[in-house]
Design a protein around this ligand. Structure first.
Ligand SMILES: [Zn+2]
Length: 269
């Protein structure tokens, strides 16, 4: 019996050790855990479909086209960057989608693992144009690229179920994984948003700046956009502000990361 327990312990531990990846650009080492990338991507695709089926999508063709246009432009630039820099395998299973949900009160956007992005119409007045959308899009694409969802899910999983029981439960109960993704990304009854940590938010800011620049969008718009966001967030704390470092810290970090992003912009504009 004891033997069995130890064996399971070592199996779980070795899975954890193996499931380590490095975030592109920031180089942060992350433990992506026992629920692997492909499983998380599949769970997310199901969850994304479920969410979109339950909300009205925007019928504003011009704005819908804007979200898809900016999304695809950034997607192509990021895919090129990942391929050129030896990260192509991290995009395995990705199937990007960019949708606009008709809700004028939610000043927000989110991304699920595997490249499933959604904007709410409520954020568009702050975005103003393609450039503003690119700031948010870069940030959201960054969450997906850096596998923040997978990290989060595994953190929640480890915490809630306990590692040794978890390894068994996952094999026996398929609904466990489904439930986990909704919990980990914070989608509940009120369709609340992806609740990432401050580390994840800061990383998404930094990567987002690079990604928009790679796609030919002037990254100097980012600090300006977050200024507008900060000034205009009247109705409840959006994802971008609630889990974020203070506004001042955010602007300072963005400005620190700008010179490098501007180099990318000059090469790609
Ligand atoms: Zn975020």
């Amino acid at each position: 019996m004891a033997m069995k327990k130890y064996t399971l312990f070592f199996v779980v531990m070795s899975m954890l050790v193996l499931a380590c990846t490095k975030v592109p650009i920031t180089g942060r080492k992350q433990v992506t855990g026992i629920i692997g990338s492909q499983q998380v991507i599949q769970m997310s695709a199901d969850a994304y479909k479920q969410v979109l089926d339950s909300v009205p999508l925007s019928q504003d063709q011009e704005q819908v086209a804007r979200i898809k246009r900016v999304g695809n432009k950034i997607k192509l630039a990021v895919e090129k960057y990942m391929n050129d820099n030896g990260y192509a395998n991290q995009l395995e299973g990705f199937n990007w989608e960019f949708n606009l949900i008709d809700n004028d009160t939610l000043v927000n956007a989110w991304a699920m693992p595997g490249g499933k992005v959604a904007f709410y119409t409520g954020i568009l007045p702050i975005c103003k144009d393609d450039l503003g959308v690119a700031v948010v899009m870069g940030h959201e694409v960054a969450h997906a690229i850096a596998k923040h969802g997978q990290e989060r899910i595994n953190q929640t999983y480890a915490k809630q179920i306990g590692l040794s029981i978890g390894a068994v439960a996952l094999g026996q109960d398929p609904t466990v994984s489904q439930r986990l993704i909704f919990q980990a990304i914070g989608i509940g009854s009120d369709l609340a948003l992806l609740k990432y940590s401050r580390t994840h938010e800061s990383e998404a800011d930094e990567l987002g700046l690079t990604f928009m620049a790679l796609a030919g969008y002037d990254p100097r718009e980012a600090p300006k956009f977050w200024e507008r966001m900060s000034a205009g967030s009247g109705g409840g704390p959006p994802e971008f502000l609630s889990t974020h470092p203070s506004h001042e810290t955010r602007i300072r970090r963005l400005n620190e990361a700008l010179p490098k992003a501007l180099e990318y912009y000059e090469q790609n504009k």
